[in-house]
Design a protein around this ligand. Structure first.
Ligand SMILES: [Zn+2]
Length: 659
């Protein structure tokens, strides 16, 4: 019976091996999952049973091997050298342990492609060699490192030290040659840990359920500066030896390191930009609202608890828009548009200082708690700084994007509390946790009014500061602090529908932008041949209106119509990367090939997945497009981050079967 349960659990959890001690917990978890699946598939009137049944679903994060419920890391000290010649990081990490279960005899860490050189354990300041074992490698989870915690004195182990080296292809690190950077002076290296890539350069408990403080000593070439998600000192001299302290406890996915030809420019006493010189001024001008954004967020949702807030501008190969590494958000240069039109990204990364970094999703199934709250706060910040009209346009554009994705995603992936089913959590970052999550919080705001809902959020951040929250515990908390305190506004059944059911509820808010209505009116006249392109009144249009206009043009315009639009507005040569993106998509669906040389340059110089993957997908719809995409990708591949490579290769490999 025991081994049968174990086998079922291993299949369900996509885990290669499992400790006997965990079997009972997984068994209970499975029972709870079966109950909850059943509950979701039956009519929602039974949702009254929800809180009692769901409250038992405390379970192990399925994307870690760590036995963190028995022993967790409370502090990490990293002593690492960055080797640009070999593309490796080498050194050691000291992990200070917090034992939760008496007589715990092993520490299980996550690793991926690490070479483990030796492991020591420490009791009362004495280091001795430890027995350890590196498990088999799983494609998604990596390999577990089991460290034996028993020593000859049979005393409690307080620290573990691991000497190791990362692989040159570590999934969480990107190495760029000097030629691939903006200044072309020095090589560049940066980390991207979220969701499960910390383990590719640190042997660690790589789960958002475990928080730790950290210190680090990083050595590198003398001509480059190292920065981390920690206490960066703007006056640090470049000497190749850098020290950092992160006094607030954070999960491993928020430990971050970048090393390059970086310079600093202050934007206010507590904010500034790190960037390569060619981007430094432009970035500091573009993002000089950052202090104002912090001020309004503090006013709305309580104090900023992290000390400084700086931005690091990464090379354009960065696969995301931004990464909310605490104290130092990592930012794509594709949002430096010259007119602050894309700075909602900064509002987003800053908002994570409350939702995500301060209060963290417990597992990647709960990602919507990070991204949904953050997208909601992002839009509130934009409204405060740039006005309601812009906030509404940004909402409308996001919702259009969500509606498009809802037609593309399998139905079971349109649930906020998504079952990743063992899939790579890199693929969890769809519009669902972001925009469906945002719409849920907008729905609540609308039902309770801002005064009540803002107060609830402030209390939520205070009550869960520096803790992780699951969908289940959020539900319970919301029931006690919002639903029950203000009855007859939102039913529990409705909340269950939002969090646990597919698609969008029928009473989802549909915000409308008056500015977009005016665009619609003009588009209508144009498409019905009542006005010509040169009669469109666009002088007051912002980037948002242009994006909306292009997004909503028919996908079957004639070549002559495309030529006329391009002659008037020069979309093909736009310097705004978002406008280029939507124009190239329109051009590909209308077979307007004038864009091809520019599109090639775009794909060769940008590695942000949101901007390039839809273009690759559009290209492979025809054989000639597939051939073009394959040729461009071969050239772009050395510059793309591994995450982007994986995504592009998925598109190309699927298309290859057709041609
Ligand atoms: Zn985010």
């Amino acid at each position: 019976m025991f081994s049968r349960i174990k086998n079922i659990i291993m299949q369900q959890c996509d885990i290669k091996d499992i400790k006997p001690g965990l079997v009972l917990r997984y068994f209970l978890y499975l029972c709870a999952v079966i109950l909850s699946c059943h509950l979701i598939s039956i009519p929602a009137h039974s949702s009254e049973k929800y809180s009692t049944q769901q409250s038992s679903t405390t379970y192990q994060d399925e994307y870690t091997y760590a036995n963190y419920q028995d022993v967790s890391i409370e502090h990490a000290y990293l002593d690492l050298a960055v080797n640009f010649e070999q593309h490796i990081i080498e050194g050691f990490v000291d992990l200070t342990l917090n034992i939760h279960k008496e007589n715990t005899d092993e520490l299980i860490l996550d690793t991926r492609d690490l070479t483990i050189q030796s492991v020591l354990i420490n009791t009362n300041n004495q280091w001795v060699n430890a027995k350890y074992q590196l498990g088999q490698t799983d494609e998604i989870l990596g390999a577990k490192l089991i460290v034996n915690l028993t020593n000859s004195f049979n005393k409690q182990v307080q620290k573990v030290r691991v000497y190791y080296q990362s692989a040159s292809h570590a999934s969480g690190l990107q190495w760029l040659t000097a030629e691939q950077t903006a200044s072309k002076n020095q090589p560049f290296m940066y980390s991207q840990n979220q969701p499960v890539h910390a383990r590719s350069w640190i042997p660690i408990q790589d789960t958002p359920s475990v928080r730790m403080t950290y210190k680090a000593r990083i050595r590198s070439n003398k001509n480059v500066l190292a920065v981390m998600s920690a206490n960066n000192d703007p006056n640090t001299p470049k000497d190749g030896d850098y020290s950092f302290t992160m006094p607030q406890a954070i999960p491993a996915y928020l430990i971050a390191l970048a090393v390059g030809d970086l310079h600093f420019q202050a934007m206010s006493d507590m904010t500034g930009v790190y960037a390569e010189l060619p981007l430094l001024d432009k970035a500091a001008n573009e993002f000089n609202n950052t202090q104002a954004m912090i001020d309004v967020t503090e006013k709305l949702f309580g104090g900023y608890r992290w000390g400084r807030y700086d931005l690091l501008i990464l090379p354009p190969s960065f696969p995301y828009g931004g990464m909310e590494n605490p104290r130092l958000s990592f930012i794509t240069p594709t949002v430096i548009a010259g007119d602050k039109s894309l700075v909602n990204l900064i509002a987003h990364e800053l908002a994570h200082s409350w939702s995500g970094n301060l209060v963290t999703n417990e597992t990647w199934r709960d990602l919507w708690l990070n991204e949904g709250v953050t997208s909601y706060i992002e839009n509130r910040i934009m409204e405060e700084i740039f006005g309601e009209s812009r906030a509404l346009m940004e909402q409308s554009l996001s919702i259009q994007h969500l509606q498009h994705q809802l037609t593309q995603l399998p139905a079971n992936e349109t649930i906020l509390y998504v079952d990743l089913g063992g899939k790579n959590p890199d693929e969890a970052f769809t519009s669902i946790p972001y925009i469906k999550g945002q719409l849920f919080f907008m729905y609540l705001e609308n039902a309770y009014g801002r005064a009540v809902f803002d107060k609830f959020l402030v209390q939520y951040f205070n009550d869960h500061a520096f803790k992780s929250v699951s969908s289940d515990s959020f539900m319970t908390y919301m029931e006690a602090n919002l639903l029950n305190k203000h009855p007859d506004k939102v039913s529990k059944k409705k909340v269950v529908e939002w969090i646990f059911q597919q698609g969008l509820p029928t009473d989802t808010l549909k915000p409308t932008s008056n500015k977009f209505r005016l665009v619609d009116a003009q588009s209508h006249l144009l498409l019905n041949a009542q006005i010509k392109v040169n009669q469109l009144v666009t002088s007051n249009w912002t980037v948002h209106e242009w994006l909306y206009f292009i997004n909503n043009l028919p996908r079957d315009l004639s070549i002559d119509e495309m030529i006329t639009l391009d002659e008037h507005f020069d979309f093909t040569n736009s310097t705004n990367d978002e406008i280029s993106h939507v124009w190239y998509l329109l051009a590909l669906s209308n077979n307007y090939r004038v864009i091809m040389p520019k599109l090639e340059q775009y794909l060769l110089h940008i590695g942000r997945r949101k901007l390039i993957i839809p273009l690759y997908k559009a290209l492979v719809k025809s054989e000639s497009g597939f051939n073009f995409a394959t040729k461009v990708y071969t050239q772009a591949k050395p510059f793309y981050h591994q995450l982007a490579r994986n995504s592009v290769e998925m598109v190309l490999n699927e298309a290859k079967l057709k041609y």
